[in-house]
Structure formats: C-alpha cells, structure tokens
Design a binder for this molecule. Structure first.
Ligand SMILES: CC(C)(COP(=O)(O)OP(=O)(O)OC[C@H]1O[C@@H](n2cnc3c(N)ncnc32)[C@H](O)[C@@H]1OP(=O)(O)O)[C@@H](O)C(=O)NCCC(=O)NCCS
Length: 144
C-alpha cells in the first residue's frame, strides 16, 4: 500500500474521484457535479493505492494563515479499520508541515468523530448540518 499526490485529470485522479463518489455521495443518493470535480485542480488530492486499486483518498485545501483543511476523506468499505485513513492523514499532515502550515481543520461527519479523535483532532463548536447529516468542526495543531 502507498500514498501519493494525484495529478489532476490523470487516470489515478479519475479512480480517486470514483471512490469518493462511491463512499461519500452514492449512499446519500447524491453525486458531485462536473464543476465540483473540476475544483480538484485547485486542491491537493491524495490517493492510497494497493497495486492499481485506489483504496483511499482525501483532499487538502489552503484556508490561509497557516491553516489547511482535510476534505472528502474516504476509504473503501471493504478496507476499513486497516490503518488506511490513519496513513492518509499522516501523509497529509506531513504535507501541511512541509508547506509551513501549523494547523489542520475539518468538518467531521458524526460517524467519523472517533476516527479523527484517535488521530488527535479536537471537537470545536456546535453540531451543524452538511449534506443532510450532523457534522462537527475538528482541529489539530501540528507539532513541528
Ligand atoms: C472514517 C474513515 C475514513 C476511517 O478510515 P479507516 O481506514 O477505516 O480508519 P483507520 O483504520 O485508519 O482507523 C484509525 C483509528 O481510528 C479509529 N476508528 C476508525 N474507524 C472507527 C470506527 N468506525 N469506530 C471507532 N473508532 C474508529 C480507531 O481508533 C482506529 O484505530 P484501530 O483500528 O487501531 O482501533 C472510513 O471509515 C471511511 O471512509 N468512512 C466513510 C466515509 C467518512 O465518513 N469519511 C469521513 C468524512 S468526514
């Protein structure tokens, strides 16, 4: 298994987007618009692969003032609890440090709170709704 930065528009990017759809949108009866997918050109997209198969993906966006945001973290359902999400997050945090960032924030679905909590992310503020489900802002200050 390895984690790498995905080139926008590549075959690997298409497979990462497909996994994102299958994990985060199809179960809600939703999909990404072509415009939403095109926004990846301005984000860092990571893929965790096992051979040719994309088994995990996430995005990182620059929020300014040293803050970066993790978005759309998704692992293949058949591969949950195998450390793939932890590996993606650690790779993402290393990238944030390399860019001179000091902190990561994200909007966590309620079912992902324990995952992010186990990685050192703290809950901040009240519950709010996105894509029809409760989310919490979570934050982590990165050690240098
Ligand atoms: C949330 C998600 C990305 C976690 O990825 P994962 O690869 O399964 O997580 P990991 O195996 O790296 O888990 C790391 C640690 O997080 C915690 N954790 C992960 N999933 C958990 C769960 N369902 N319940 C409780 N703790 C959990 C555990 O402490 C785990 O360590 P352990 O297995 O040694 O006990 C994955 O479950 C997923 O894609 N879920 C659906 C999409 C989603 O909700 N994405 C987040 C959107 S905000």
């Amino acid at each position: 298994m390895k984690v790498e930065v995905v080139e926008f528009g590549s075959e690997l990017h298409a497979r990462a987007v497909q996994l994102r759809r299958e994990v985060l949108r199809y179960p809600l009866g939703m999909d990404y618009t072509p415009e939403q997918v095109a926004e990846d050109a301005h984000k860092i997209v990571l893929a965790a692969t096992d051979g040719d198969v994309v088994i995990g993906t996430m995005q990182i966006t620059d929020e300014g003032d040293g803050w970066q945001r993790f978005r759309a973290v998704a692992v293949s359902p058949q591969r949950h609890r195998q450390g793939i999400g932890r590996l993606l997050s650690a790779y993402g945090e290393d990238l944030v440090r390399a860019k001179g960032g000091h902190s990561v924030m994200l909007h966590a679905r309620y079912m992902a709170l324990r995952f992010y909590g186990s990685l050192g992310y703290a809950e901040v503020g009240p519950w709010f709704y996105e894509v029809g489900m409760p989310h919490k802002r979570m934050e982590k200050r990165l050690d240098r």
